[in-house]
Design a protein around this ligand. Structure first.
Ligand SMILES: [Zn+2]
Length: 135
């Protein structure tokens, strides 16, 4: 159930490798649950709880998530071989910041503790524009 690293921005992937190494050095084992997500996949997720049945799982439409640009990743802790959502999030966030990542636990709008991203000073509007100009 570990997610693929395919589609991740290479510089971001290198930061994630360092992040995971530092977590491990602190005795914290994690598993990647989501990396790159296509625009179509994001739109399907967005539809859940809106135009499709189910609960709302995201507030981001396609193109409005850093996952769509390979610049975000979600993690879960692994404790005794089992997935654990109640791990040391504060340490997770501190180490993410040390690695130059933004942590979803610092978000003012929607708290998203499993989420880390690397915007490198860019905005999603810039990312959407750049993607559109490539078409
Ligand atoms: Zn995420």
């Amino acid at each position: 159930m570990s997610a693929s690293r395919e589609g991740l921005n290479p510089e971001f992937a290198a930061k994630l490798a360092l992040f995971e190494k530092k977590l491990a050095a602190n005795g914290i084992k994690v598993m990647l649950t989501c990396g790159y997500r296509s625009i179509a996949e994001q739109n399907r997720l967005y539809a859940a709880g809106r135009t499709r049945p189910g609960k709302k799982v995201t507030n981001a439409r396609g193109g409005y998530s850093w996952h769509n640009y390979g610049l975000a990743a979600d993690y879960v802790f692994v404790t005794d071989g089992k997935v654990n959502w109640n791990g040391p999030w504060a340490t997770f966030g501190r180490i993410a910041r040390e690695c130059g990542l933004e942590w979803g636990g610092d978000f003012k709008t929607i708290l998203d503790r499993p989420h880390v991203q690397w915007t490198n000073g860019r905005t999603l509007a810039q990312m959407r524009q750049a993607a559109a100009s490539r078409k």
